[in-house]
Write a protein that binds this ligand. Sequence first.
Ligand SMILES: [Zn+2]
Length: 293
Amino acid sequence: MSWFHTRPVSPGVWLVAEPGHVNCWLVAGTERAVLLDTGLGIAPIRPVVQALTPVPVEAVNSHYHFDHTGGNAEFDRVSIHELGAPLLAAGVPTEVREGYLAYTHRLLAAAETYRDLDRDYFHLLSADSDPRPLPADFVPELWRPRPGIVAHELHDGDVLDLGGRSLTVLHTPGHSPDSVCFLDDRDGLLFGGDTLNTGPIYAQMPDSDVEAFARSTARLAELRAEVRLVLMCHFGRGVAEAQFVRDVAESFDRLVNGDAELRPARDCLLDEAREAVFPQCSILVAPDRGWRR
Ligand SMILES: [Zn+2]
């Protein structure tokens, strides 16, 4: 079984998932294609995406985190927001890499139990969400995400012309300083990076900024008229309707205005956090932030 799951989502757009881990998005025009994020680097991703389109594919990152940039080095050209280039070059701390491998083993063990429950009760698992066994030739001790060399820096408002379609870069800091989203206004597609997610939204990281996150999601909510689908980087529901953008923005608005209960939680690396739970999403914040009313 391939480590990757791919499927078409819209004309010229494919989900390229490492199910249970991270979703990358391939967007092809008539001249060239971009792979929005390159995943964990656990298995080669370039052959997978180049088999989907005849036009040359380059890598464009939504932000610098290792789970979005691990396959960058496979591509001849890598682009990231200007604030992400130095962050990418700094590399991945060993404890983060080891912590993520530990998470992967917990995920695979939990999936055994979850599949049974899902089959009997919930019926939510799909190829998008069901975690796959690690590749037979994968050696955890040798795993190194490969962020490559940045060839091109992105700025807010840049337009990536793919031939017959384009993506507009929207700088949406909050999850990380360099986070961007991409808007395909021809087809009404918003690529949310880690700014929009249907599992816990990570605003608890050392360089997260909750107030900036709230401003960024409010900005995205104003795009709603142009957006038909939202395509996201994590969790088993990587595709949502446009209303989800407004739901997330309203949740952030409540959070920064003190209208949220915070409960103890942990992120995937088991670092402590607090979680604000809203009807349509939840948001992790750092454990020392005091928004309780
Ligand atoms: Zn991230």
